[in-house]
Structures are given as C-alpha cells and as structure tokens.
Design a protein around this ligand. Structure first.
Ligand code: IPE
Ligand code: IPE
Ligand code: MG
Length: 244
C-alpha cells in the first residue's frame, strides 16, 4: 500500500470494522520461515490494530481468527494456531481489560478444547462491563453454519409453540444470530490480495463496503487501517436507493 494519508476526522469513521486477516503463511514463506512464524507476527498485528481502532473511535472490531474450514489444515498447524490463541488471550487480556476493551467470541465452541473454552468465557466475563471498543474474535466461525443454527433453533421454537412460522422477518432472524448485539459491519478489510468472503459474516455483510489490500496481514499497521478508513469515507453508500 502507498503511504497513508491522514484519515479525515470531519467525516464519520465506520462504527464496525471487520477484518479477514489473511497472508500469514505467505509472509513466513517469503522469509523462509515456518508458517507459525507468520501467525505469531500476525498476532502482533492484531495487537496494534485493536489499539488503532480504539484510537480512531471505531466502536466494534471483528476479526476472523479461525474459520470452520480451517480444520482442513494439517493438525500441526491447527495445534500451533490454538497454542497461539491461548498465549494471546492470557497475555493480552490484562492489558485489554485495563484499556476498557470488551472482548467477545463468535463461532462454534463445541469443537474447541475445554481449556480454550474456559479462557474464552473468562475473558468475556472479565471484560463484560468495559465501555471501550467491542472486540469480537470469530473462532471456528462459519457464516453458513451460523445461519443454519439460527434456522434450527427457530424451527425448534416453532415446534415448541414459542413462535409462528410466519413471525419470521429480518429483525427476528437477526436475533437468532451470534452477532445479535452488534450492528452490521460498515467496512470489511481483507488482506493478502484475496478477494473473497471465505464464509465470514455472510448475512451481516449484505451492505458492507469491502476493501481488499495486497498487504499481508503480519505487515498490516495503523497506517494501513487509517488508509482503509479514509477510502471508506470516500465511498457512497446507497443501500439500493438512487443516490440522489
Ligand atoms: C491467515 O493466514 C490466518 C488464518 C487463516 C488462520 P493464512 O494462514 O491463511 O496465510 P496464507 O493465506 O497461507 O498466506
Ligand atoms: C480465511 O482465510 C479465514 C481466516 C482468515 C481465519 P483462509 O486463508 O482460510 O481462506 P481461503 O482458504 O483462502 O479462502
Ligand atoms: Mg489464507
């Protein structure tokens, strides 16, 4: 990416930024390092991005840390990623808590190790009263799986007489999603040059602005974020209207 212009603070920043952090493996390969080295450096980029979002006045940051499809990777890489997650939560938690960040997780927890589930719950509980950035980590998350689970629970509720099938509308459906407490992302950034959603926030990104950058995730800095916000501020969002 070129040198970042300062972002325009006279125009609203996005309320919710979502990031598909991609390119850790390629970052490592380019340096002749194992993939885990890329993931480690990627965790540093998460650290600085969380701070940068808070500083810019962004209210929600959601990052894609591990997709439901990432289990297809070799067991050794999955283990490395889970190990890094354990370290990250333990190391960051105290700092994030002190900085007022509220941490949350979305995704299917049933396949995660017990100790990871415990760390996740602890970090959510210990930061739940914080008033700063709402930082959501998508872990073993898949957009289709989230939608299917919502449909399953709704069907069960209809069977139990809690709803009529005809009650279903967008608002009710959203109340069944894991993202129910947050607004849809305004801006979605994907690093590493790939231009796809890879099963991230399918329902929620219906009117999200997408920004793709060739920068690999471990190289992503505050300046890149500012540049992305600046680009977002120049976009015209129409939501199907005529733009007049
Ligand atoms: C993103 O980097 C991190 C995760 C998906 C967990 P990758 O590991 O996908 O890196 P590339 O795409 O192979 O470069
Ligand atoms: C998407 O990246 C998932 C995460 C960033 C966690 P991938 O690297 O797994 O996506 P594909 O396989 O290139 O679509
Ligand atoms: Mg990738």
């Amino acid at each position: 990416m070129a040198l970042a212009p300062a972002f325009d603070d006279s125009i609203a920043v996005p309320t919710h930024v979502a990031i598909i952090m991609d390119g850790n493996g390629r970052w490592a390969r380019a340096r002749g390092l194992p993939r885990i080295a890329g993931h480690r450096q990627g965790a540093e980029a998460v650290r600085s991005t969380v701070r940068a979002c808070s500083d810019l006045g962004i209210s929600y940051l959601t990052i894609y840390a591990f997709s439901s499809e990432n289990w297809k990777r070799p067991a050794s890489e999955v283990d490395d990623l889970m190990g890094l997650l354990r370290l990250y939560i333990r190391r960051e938690l105290v700092d994030l808590g002190r900085e007022g960040v509220r941490i949350r997780f979305i995704g299917d927890r049933s396949r995660l190790d017990t100790d990871i589930n415990r760390l996740i719950s602890e970090s959510e509980q210990s930061t739940m009263n914080n008033k700063g950035l709402i930082f959501t980590v998508a872990l073993n998350y898949g957009g289709r799986q989230e939608i299917l689970e919502a449909a399953r629970v709704f069907a069960q509720n209809v069977r139990d007489g809690k709803h009529e099938a005809g009650d279903m509308d967008e608002q009710l459906f959203e109340s069944y999603l894991q993202s129910k407490d947050m607004p849809d992302p305004d801006l979605l950034i994907r690093t590493s040059g790939e231009q796809r959603l890879s099963n991230f926030l399918l329902w929620q990104s219906a009117y999200t602005e997408f920004l793709f950058t060739a920068t690999l995730w471990p190289d992503f800095t505050r300046e890149h974020l500012e540049q992305a916000v600046h680009e977002y501020q120049r976009r015209e969002r129409r939501y199907g209207g005529s733009g007049d």
